[in-house]
Design a binder for this molecule. Sequence first.
Ligand SMILES: NC(=O)C1=CN([C@@H]2O[C@H](COP(=O)(O)OP(=O)(O)OC[C@H]3O[C@@H](n4cnc5c(N)ncnc54)[C@H](O)[C@@H]3O)[C@@H](O)[C@H]2O)[C@@H](O)CC1
Ligand SMILES: [K+]
Length: 600
Amino acid sequence: MTELLTAAQMREIEQAAMASGEVTGLELMERAGRGVVDAIFEEWSDLAQASLSDRGPAHQQEGGRVPKAVVLCGPGNNGGDGFVVARLLKERGWEVHVLAPENTTKMPPDAATNRSRWKEVGDILPLNRDGLRSARDADLYVDAVFGTGLTRPPEGELAELLSYLAGSGGDHGYFQPRMVAVDVPSGLCSDSGKVLGCPEPEPFSSLAPYARLTVTFETPKPGHFLAHGPELCGQLVVRDIGLTKWRSVNADGRGLRLPRLQLVPPMPNGPDEPHVHSRPTLRPKIRGHKFDHGHVLVLTGDRWATGAARLAARGALRMGAGLVTLSAPRDAAPEVAAQITALILRVEDNADQLAETLEDDRIGVVCLGPGLGLHARAQERLDAVLAAAPPPGKGTYLGRGRRLVLDADALTLLSRRENPFQGLGKHVVLTPHSGEFARLFPDISARLAGPQRPKLLSTKDFTGEALQEGLAAAMAYREALSAERGPAYSKVDAVRDAAKRSGAVVLLKGADTVVALPDGRAWVHAAVYDRSAPWLATAGAGDVLAGFISGVMARGHMPHEAAILGAWLHVECARSFGPGLIAEDLPEVLPSVLKALLQP
Ligand SMILES: NC(=O)C1=CN([C@@H]2O[C@H](COP(=O)(O)OP(=O)(O)OC[C@H]3O[C@@H](n4cnc5c(N)ncnc54)[C@H](O)[C@@H]3O)[C@@H](O)[C@H]2O)[C@@H](O)CC1
Ligand SMILES: [K+]
């Protein structure tokens, strides 16, 4: 397991460690700075080799070039880490230029100590564009302006400096030369992955620089995986600074810090290795009758709209469900029958007939939504399914309650009900994309999206009232952006709130898929960094995911486990297939992925 820690949790752990008397803040800062330097040299061996302490002073005498670093240190402990990095590089013979704020009255004591240590060996330039101009052409830039303590969007000279650095990176080639972020790229909220003060959805010309390498401490933070985090962090490295012992206690030494947030899959070579499995585990199918491996019922849409449900059904079958039945309205039945072999077809004339089918308590999982339609009959079918799946404890289905996956149109239909969440519970997995999520949880979605950019004025608006209104909206938007406070409301917060409100397990899709339970437990499934699979954004892939989750539940996993495993296997299939993938390929490539997974 790789736990993702928020800024507040990280502070709590640090305080618990210092309160124990076993370690000081200064020692932690030294370890952090050293961790950054080690990571730099591991990433760029040419820089390690160029260091004089490795090659000896003769190198310089022989005319060898002295490597040059610019270290940008902010007003807090992140800046303190920066001063340590600067000192350690200088000790290795580097030419080091440090930029830092002149006013140090509010500087935390450990950072101030490291500032003084630096001043014994080097000068300090102002932390602004002028300072940067006088320290040009470095081999390495170290961004230690803000870390987990960012509380508001940067302003004035700092904003100018950060957006200058940001403008030099991104897709157009990373900042040249190399930029290393200490803990997080400055301006990125470590809890949410949002860039404070920057319009959503893009951090283009943002207030946070694009790093090529980000070195964080102890555990990764949610913001490294959510929203813009992966794009800005470049590559992520986690350095152990010796806080493991205090990770699960409060500052007073008691109690677990809740709620917990885990990364799926755990980071390979992460700080918790080798104590963890680096892969999630799927229950093997051992023996038994087909019904012992679960019976999934997938509802199709109407005639000409059955493809999505067929994709889901094939996903569930390939996942290892013992039996998968498609329930199709009569007019859609011929089309379905012509397309399937191992799947079973059941014809429905009306919702009552569906209710009859659902009396079969061997049907452990029902999946509906893909291609279902949004008409009254689809609503009746959804109601029939919800009525026939009482929350666990009240029903008799296999003694554990029937489980449901509600996807696509089923989610839109839910949002149209007078009481959308009635009849839901932890036996239900909701799998919205952001649009469906906004329909179901409009207020939560608006909070997550942050201030909305007003519509651009067109030339016909350039006079009179329209112009006044447009300008007022633009001013209000600017103010709302600058009033954003850290830690910002994150996708994890939003999905937790949605799960709590609906009572169901909620999976909100994306490269940063988040799964949450109503009790606050949450997981980030990250298809980013070296796990990114952009070709998964293809029509029908979501339908297959609903089927995968249904299939995993049929194998006996709890709904939240199924959501996590389904999301993970979905990405593994996409990665295994590679570019050119279409939705139909996902179930077909699953057997080889499962084979590799189940191998000891
Ligand atoms: N928590 C821990 O366990 C450890 C933390 N360390 C470092 O400490 C960092 C956190 O330090 P801090 O909490 O001091 O926070 P930061 O150094 O991230 O910055 C906080 C400072 O900047 C100010 N600030 C915040 N937003 C601002 C803005 N928009 N404009 C101007 N000033 C702003 C704050 O008032 C505060 O003075 C971590 O990111 C990490 O780099 C490491 O030294 C190792 C141990
Ligand atoms: K930073």
